[in-house]
Design a protein. Structure first.
Length: 159
């Protein structure tokens, strides 16, 4: 069976907060789920409730997370594996899941006078090859949703 080519897209936006504040939010499960909801939610083992991306062992699975549609319906199981973490600047994840043979997520934070540019570069290869074309626009929309929610979070904090 041939392996799928990686499908790629990038989403970038400006968040009205300094990189350190954005990093503190986007590297916790609470912050990640705040970005994802109400569309999906990721679980975390109870004993890792205080987990941040900086706590992850590099190059090995940190934990399995169930992906819950609307926070309720299991649709995937994601084995979170971080490759590099550069605090307040970037992380590089290369995970897999029941649906994705490869899930490569790179998030970069770039300081700007007006806040922080958050850039997500996603590359993925679904286990079911013909789903790649359908998943790309869905995942792009999900990441645009994440960026809007993240910006809104910091907009409210400034008010």
């Amino acid at each position: 069976m041939a392996e799928a080519q990686l499908v790629e897209f990038t989403v970038s936006s400006v968040v009205p907060a300094p990189p350190e504040a954005v990093w503190a939010r986007v590297t916790t499960m609470d912050g990640i789920n705040q970005e994802l909801m109400p569309i999906i939610r990721m679980t975390i083992p109870r004993d890792l409730a205080a987990f941040t991306i900086a706590d992850a062992p590099l190059g090995e699975r940190a934990f399995r997370s169930w992906i819950l549609l609307f926070g309720l319906v299991p649709i995937d199981a994601h084995d979170l594996t971080l490759i590099t973490v550069d605090p307040a600047r970037s992380f590089h994840e290369h995970s897999s899941s029941l649906m994705q043979r490869h899930w490569i997520h790179e998030r970069t934070l770039t300081p700007l006078p007006e806040g922080t540019r958050v850039t997500d570069r996603i590359r993925f290869a679904p286990r079911v090859l013909f789903l790649a074309g359908a998943l790309r626009p869905i995942l792009q929309a999900l990441f645009r949703h994440r960026h809007r929610r993240l910006a809104r979070y910091f907009d409210r904090r400034r008010s």
